[in-house]
Design a protein around this ligand. Structure first.
Ligand SMILES: NC(=O)c1ccc[n+]([C@@H]2O[C@H](COP(=O)([O-])OP(=O)(O)OC[C@H]3O[C@@H](n4cnc5c(N)ncnc54)[C@H](OP(=O)(O)O)[C@@H]3O)[C@@H](O)[C@H]2O)c1
Length: 288
């Protein structure tokens, strides 16, 4: 059975399960790339303040919406993230304002994540309070975290003044890095799991095991990896800045992967981190 095209978050709002990642996509390409992606059926774009392309991503969305009055803002899900340098209540309040200003052509932000837990307990707490306020004001429809390990999630869930639980934790996940404990913890707490770097940053698209499975289905290795991610129940965020790859990377609902092939992919685990891993960042009590 094909996986769901969208999932319900703990806020009651839905999120499309495939999002286009735009990390390292040059800002000058984003207006046209995002517009093309939306034409091809993408309905979810994952950006961040640190990607320096928020404004262009929003312009691409806004141009696409403006082309046809029957298109509604609610059809598109736009994510951005607060960088580590902007942790703490005041700095985050301001960072949210800056991101909202960059998103003004699309009126609101669907999701803001804390990009990583890399600061300290007080600043993480202040950041969460500022995000809760934006959520309550309605300018940001969902709030969540990224690169949070179990210990960071436990810290957040234990805030005595917690008003809003994270809707999402976004972290690196693919067959070579499956993190069952972190995935399980998120699920236990009704926090949706978003898989970033589902192609292991492109490092694994020539892996012979994946290529063999791809050949069997007459699909690309990237399609097999994106489908594997969806089969796990993840929201998945493949990045491409190459317009020719947009359509195939989204064409992942029209075929099934046999249980034995999923099993083979599951056997690739090797704790492979393709980028950074802030999930292990020390809590204050662990710092010497
Ligand atoms: N929260 C975080 O800390 C964090 C960290 C990393 C990523 N992310 C998010 O997750 C998204 C995806 O992760 P990622 O960008 O690290 O890596 P990824 O999606 O795993 O891989 C992207 C790489 O694969 C290549 N690629 C894409 N489609 C392909 C295909 N069909 N065949 C062969 N190669 C292909 C891309 O090149 P081309 O562009 O040339 O196609 C690029 O080099 C990011 O863009 C970002 O939105 C979040």
């Amino acid at each position: 059975m094909a996986p769901a095209q969208s999932l319900l978050l703990n806020t009651g709002r839905r999120i499309p399960t495939v999002g286009l990642g735009v990390y390292k996509t040059p800002a000058e390409q984003c207006v046209s790339l995002v517009h093309e992606a939306l034409n091809l059926g993408y309905r979810h774009i994952d950006s961040a303040a640190l990607y320096y392309n928020e404004e262009e991503v929003c312009e691409g969305i806004s141009n696409w919406l403006a082309e046809d009055p029957s298109r509604k803002r609610e059809e598109v899900f736009y994510t951005t993230k607060i960088g580590d340098a902007f942790h703490g209540y005041d700095k985050t309040k301001n960072a949210i304002k800056v991101s909202l200003e960059k998103a003004k052509k699309i009126q609101y932000i669907d999701l803001i994540l804390i990009h990583s837990p890399q600061s300290d307990g007080d600043r993480r707490h202040g950041t969460w309070k500022a995000l809760e306020e934006a959520y309550e004001a309605g300018t940001v429809k969902n709030i969540g975290v990224s690169n949070y390990g179990i210990k960071h999630l436990k810290e957040l869930l234990a805030y005595p003044d917690l008003k809003v639980k994270p809707a999402i934790n976004q972290f690196e996940l693919h067959p070579w890095l499956q993190r069952p404990e972190l995935v399980g913890f998120c699920r236990q707490h009704d926090i949706a799991v978003e898989a970033y770097s589902p192609l292991a940053r492109g490092h694994k698209v020539a892996d012979p095991v994946v290529v063999k499975i791809a050949d069997k289905y007459n699909k690309t290795a990237a399609q097999i990896l994106i489908r594997w991610s969806l089969e796990q129940g993840f929201i998945t965020l493949p990045k491409t800045a190459n317009k020719a790859r947009l359509a195939p990377n989204l064409d992942v609902f029209s075929f099934d992967l046999a249980p034995e092939d999923l099993e083979t992919l599951n056997g690739l685990e090797e704790n492979y981190i393709s980028g950074w891993d802030p999930t292990t960042y020390p809590l204050d009590s662990e710092k010497s």
